[in-house]
Design a protein around this ligand. Structure first.
Ligand SMILES: [Mg+2]
Length: 127
């Protein structure tokens, strides 16, 4: 399974890539929302989940979420918003806009793992 990791922080992308990689997931990365939206038409059929950072220059994760959900092609693609503690109040808006789950930064490897399993509705030995 492949995950699409959209985050302007190289460190965040590396952490997610490392944790996801240890679980057997491949990752594709974009460094901001504009790049993500450019890449999506070419990769949407091969990815199982988008991890979408909220705080990014240019388009916010929320803006990207709304744009993704405007396109029927991507209707089945699960999206997990990655927010900081202070943005927790925004989560309701994100869920209303079509996000499937959220992960709060900073997160532990265990938290990331359990959210990935939740989003993908898999048991763990089945990646
Ligand atoms: Mg960010």
């Amino acid at each position: 399974m492949k995950l699409f990791v959209v985050d302007d922080s190289l460190m965040a992308r590396k952490v997610i890539k490392t944790v996801a990689g240890a679980l057997g997931f491949e990752t594709i990365e974009a460094q901001d929302g504009i790049e993500a939206l450019e890449m999506l038409p070419n990769i949407y059929s091969e990815i199982s989940l988008i991890l979408l950072d909220w705080n990014m220059p240019g388009l916010s994760g929320y803006d990207v979420l709304v744009k993704i959900r405007e396109n029927d092609l991507y209707a089945q693609l699960p999206i997990m918003m990655v927010t900081t503690e202070g943005q927790k109040s925004h989560i309701v808006a994100a869920i209303r806009a079509g996000a499937n789950n959220y992960l709060t930064k900073p997160f532990t490897a265990d938290e990331l793992e359990s959210k990935l399993m939740e989003c993908l509705q898999i048991e763990g030995d089945n990646i």
